[in-house]
Write a protein that binds this ligand. Sequence first.
Ligand SMILES: [Zn+2]
Length: 390
Amino acid sequence: MKLVQVLKTQHTNGTVRVTGTVEYDDGVLEDYWFELPESYTPSSSGNPWLAILLPLAATVGEDLHIPLQVDPALLRGAESVVRLWAYWRKEMHLVNITTGPLEARPFTERTTASFFSAGVDSTFTVLRRPDVKNWITVQGFDMPITKNEAFKHHCERLSAIAAHYQACFIPVRTNIRETRWKKAHWELFAFGPALAAVGLMFEDHFHEILLPASCDYSSLDPWGSHPLSDPLFSTVHTKIIHEGTAYSRTEKIEYLSRDKRALNELHVCFRGEDANGQDNKNCCRCEKCYRTMIALDLFGKLDDAVLFDRSKYQIDRISKIYMGHDIDEVFFLHLHTTALERGRSDIADQISVAMRRSRKIRKLAKFAKLPMVWRPAQALTKHMLRDALK
Ligand SMILES: [Zn+2]
């Protein structure tokens, strides 16, 4: 695949749209766009385009040509990260990357930005790094590009939080998940490069971009945003930094729950009220909402986290939580330890039941892919998940 052209267009709503036309090996053309506030000059290099197209190229096995100036450090990083992905997952391809001139962009700014969504990882990051005064949020990643009204409310709230902490709020929109790019697995490979690509759109403004870590050192399985892969998207002048890996999710919640404003604004759900993608609410019915409410309960802060509906939290429902990934189980192991430390055996016992049940379902789900037994295994999996919180 190759990047054919890049166009910038000014919009009347105060944004600038950067559109890259991509031609795939089968000859199909498709536009990928990013919208930024017009007060920022979007990158004119090939760097963000290399970052965004790489996971798709490695997924479908097409070589990648970016006919624009590309940073030499980023190219070396890109060549390394495809090797890392191929090591992690055998279905990923090694791809050849060709570019225009290899040159670092001239740079004078020395400012840091962080991604911010008011979730646990990003709130912890900006509270722990009060020197970071540029907060970026994106529509088109967890929040679908079609949910404009929800994004408007989300931005009103997030910009007010940013103003409270004297930070600058930077909303970005992109259609990438509406394109062929969605073939790249979001959780396993693609969301780190997607965040890096948005960060590199601002490479003329920021010399560091923080990607708040999802996992801590005790749960570092291959994942889309990872301390091994994220820094490989750095350029000579703009470092992509995977921030916060030293802290568990439970520790992060305890830390941020000491800050009343942060606690009031905590928004973790990407399932949404309609179970169809993130909006501006916590559904309080999904696994992620529930595990966050458990942590807040353990720290005695659930009543203060006003975006969570306390009435939907029932301890005897914890055993119904389904942990679909090993990573989810690590989050619950930390919660289990904290529950025992705080004398909450009622919660610890429920978590133990949920972990045992989830392991059984995950094992069963493997049989649902085998010939001969797939039909009964699938039916049983469905039955066991009928009342699960997932
Ligand atoms: Zn939820």
